[in-house]
Design a protein around this ligand. Structure first.
Ligand code: ACO
Length: 325
């Protein structure tokens, strides 16, 4: 018995904003953004298109590819840092209703940009423990809602989108989700968080309270490089795999320089990593399933390929997974 990724799909909002377009609105340049991050563009959800709407598009397409109906699901888990509603209800419940998966258990996971890996681990463990059949695991983000457009050091980094995977229990044992590492360093919570504007000031000015992203870029950068490096070393040690066994390492797409630095520290050829940040920027918990979808569509993921997912994000959290595709 094993839990396999049966299908993978993504939704990217059509509105594409290039670095040059951003540079017309704020004090930045295409050259700075590319050289410091590897980002060339980002896709932005229009007003009214919620995180759940993007999640639903990705989910419907993943269910079609898996050739199963919503009623065949046991769990719906949405990893998101940008839910439709802050606090409650869970975005997964809205998705459950919109795809017609009536009665199916649905909840969100908050683990910053590591959310998709956390959700994969939770879903595969739950399917295993409950002898369930299928789970829908979604990473979906509408980060542009929380970008502070007056802060060029964060505004250029983020984009919107969603990716969804159908996980299924099968009898074969050699494939599927083989190994996970999850962790967190809560002492870094204040290095990357949603600032809540002061309530009294908002009341005095009669303005809505809109949270926005704050990040200590240097601290998060150092944490990210350390996380990727240590996670790869620990996975290789824990699972007794050799680097050559892996067809791909799929990192969270936050900054191409983070991947380059980790690759250099571990002497891993850069082309072992799949990087698509140039087109989408950082889509937080959606970035890994979007990358997997693109890889699948390009024919880069073959049955039985061994792949490693590595992520890090707000919390600060980190996580990795080994999957035999
Ligand atoms: N355009 C032009 N100049 C800029 C911009 C911009 N968009 N942003 C910052 N600068 C300037 C700064 O003002 C500074 O100028 P100064 O030297 O005159 O003060 C200069 O560029 C250098 O700024 P730094 O912050 O030192 O730039 P750095 O090389 O560290 O790059 C960056 C900043 C890209 C944010 C980097 O720190 C980083 O990648 N951090 C990690 C980001 C990340 O991965 N975040 C997400 C992880 S978790 C998640 O995904 C939610």
């Amino acid at each position: 018995m094993s839990i396999v990724v049966r299908s993978i799909s993504a939704y990217i909002p059509p509105l594409r904003i290039t670095n040059e377009e951003l540079a017309m609105r704020m004090d930045t340049t295409d050259e700075w953004i590319r050289s410091h991050t590897g980002i060339g563009a980002r896709h932005i959800a229009p007003d009214g298109l919620q995180t759940s709407d993007m999640a639903v598009e990705a989910a419907k397409s993943a269910l079609d590819k898996a050739n199963i109906g919503p009623q065949e699901l046991d769990y719906i888990i949405v990893a998101t840092a940008t839910p439709d509603y802050l606090g409650f209800p869970a975005t997964a419940c809205i998705v459950q209703d919109k795809i017609g998966a009536y009665g199916v258990a649905a909840f969100d996971v908050t683990a910053g940009c590591t959310g998709f890996i956390y959700a994969l681990n939770i879903a595969s463990s739950m399917l295993e423990a409950s002898h369930g059949r299928n789970a829908l695991v979604i990473g979906a983000e509408g980060l542009s809602r929380f970008v502070n457009w007056e802060d060029r050091s964060t505004a250029v980094l983020f984009g919107d989108g969603a990716g969804a995977a159908v996980l299924s229990r099968i009898d074969e044992s050699a494939r599927g989700c083989l190994s996970f590492i999850l962790g967190a360093e809560g002492g870094g919570a204040k290095d990357l968080f949603l600032v809540q504007p002061e309530r009294t000031k908002a009341f005095e000015r009669q303005e809505p309270i809109v949270p926005f992203i704050y990040m200590d870029g240097k601290k998060v950068y150092d944490f990210a490089v350390k996380s990727i490096t240590v996670l790869i070393q620990r996975l290789l040690h824990k699972a007794a795999y050799k680097l050559e066994d892996f067809a791909w390492i799929v990192p969270h797409q936050a900054n191409a320089r983070i991947v380059q630095a980790a690759a250099k520290r571990l002497s891993i050829p850069l082309d072992k990593f799949y990087v698509n940040i140039e087109e989408y920027a950082n889509t937080s918990s959606a970035s890994i399933p979007i990358a997997l979808t693109e890889m699948s569509e390009k024919g880069l993921l073959k049955t039985n390929d061994l792949i490693m997912l590595v992520g890090f994000g707000a919390g600060l959290t980190y996580g990795a997974a080994v999957i035999r595709w």
